[in-house]
Design a protein around this ligand. Structure first.
Ligand code: CIZ
Ligand code: SF4
Length: 360
């Protein structure tokens, strides 16, 4: 096996050369996927770039790629494994690249919540579980087996609308903000939303609060997007009267209410690219994406919404060394850091993902 540690003694130029060579030698048998939040040194090697779902779908359309090297985080590689063909093998260059939000809901806690809710109402007939794609595969499987589904930040609104047409209530995990912002955009008032705290008995809720709620939000959040504050929007608006603010719906309700637009990473790119030269933007999402847009469009005035650095520390774990190590091992016939979702779980998760694709 090619060892990882000595790669840290190489210069960036040496690593660049070795990655390029390995990629060339592997040819179409390997496809490198790069999520929008990846650091530039890694992102530039990606054959395909996009959000998590777009990447998983694109990879499955490349059957000649036996290996899918996912430069992103763990749940994304799981989705790629679930949606790819059986002969394709998904690799995550650093297994420690997780997602702190995804870790805020686990199967045991969600099953406990379902049971607790079941003591007050007929959960299976009255509640549709929806998991944000930022979640582990077993939670997607839970949704698959409870008539529920998955959503992304681009389709959360339409998925919620579909869910509410099926049953009167939704349990939405793990991101409270995406759930709240999407429900609010459908006109659902805040007093018809309840926050389930998995650390408390019965989520810290009363039967009356659950009875009143149409949306039960899991108490999870993204540690990166929670750093954007409403006063950041106010400050930039004071400094630049013509600034337009676009934020990711993982930001808090208060921030989203002050923004001009909400959008997933794909949508943020689409809106800012379509804007006229000379327009002025503040963007509230991960710094690597904002910096990339800034460099790509010097004719626009693009600002990061937060005065401090907000970067996804786990995405950052995928560095040139890990990418080089993964590719060079493949060249030696060794697939490292394989992400393989157990078959039964993958089948149920696929049910939930397909339900999303049909209803968004
Ligand atoms: O699904 C994704 O890729 C994430 C995490 C965010 C987004 O808005 O694209
Ligand atoms: Fe998870 Fe937030 Fe990082 Fe996205 S930015 S992968 S939600 S921790």
């Amino acid at each position: 096996m090619v060892p990882l540690d000595p790669l840290y003694d190489l210069t960036d130029a040496e690593l660049t050369q070795r990655i390029a060579l390995a990629k060339q030698q592997l040819g179409p048998s390997c496809v490198i996927l790069g999520h929008h939040y990846q650091r530039e040194e890694v992102y530039r090697f990606a054959d395909l770039t996009g959000d998590s779902l777009k990447l998983a779908r694109l990879a499955s359309q490349r059957p000649e790629a036996r290996y899918i090297v996912f430069c992103g985080v763990h749940f994304m590689a799981e989705v790629a494994d679930i949606l790819s063909a059986p002969h394709q093998i998904t690799l995550l260059p650093d297994l420690a690249a997780g997602c702190s939000m995804a870790d805020m809901a686990d199967l045991i806690a969600v099953e406990q919540a379902w049971q607790s809710l079941g003591q007050w109402l007929d959960a299976d007939h009255l509640i549709t579980p929806i998991t944000y794609v930022n979640s582990s595969a077993d939670l997607k499987a839970f949704c698959g087996s409870h008539q529920g589904t998955v959503c992304t930040s681009s389709n959360a609104g339409s998925i919620l609308r579909w869910a509410l047409s099926q049953r009167p209530k939704v349990l939405f995990f793990p991101d409270q903000h995406l759930g709240r912002n999407s429900a609010a955009s459908l006109g659902i008032p805040l007093d018809q939303m309840a926050l389930w705290d998995p650390a408390l008995p019965f989520g810290g809720l009363t039967p009356e609060a659950v009875e009143r709620a149409r949306i039960i939000l899991w108490n999870g959040y993204c540690s990166v997007h929670q750093m954007f504050q409403p006063q950041h929007v106010d400050q930039l608006r004071q400094q630049m009267a013509d600034i337009q603010v676009i934020v990711h719906p993982e930001c808090s309700y208060e921030v989203c209410q002050k923004a001009d637009y909400l959008g997933s990473t794909e949508e943020i790119q689409r809106v800012v690219r379509a804007a006229p030269a000379g327009s002025c933007w503040a963007i509230g999402t991960e710094l690597n994406l904002v910096n990339r847009l800034k460099n790509e469009m010097p004719d626009k005035s693009i600002h990061f919404l937060c005065p401090t650095v907000c970067m996804c520390a786990t995405m950052f774990r995928i560095d040139m060394q890990h990418l080089c190590w993964t590719l060079e091992n493949l060249l030696q016939g060794e697939a490292v850091n394989i992400i393989q979702v157990p078959q039964r779980e993958a089948a149920l998760a696929r049910v939930a993902l397909e339900r999303m694709l049909q209803n968004s």
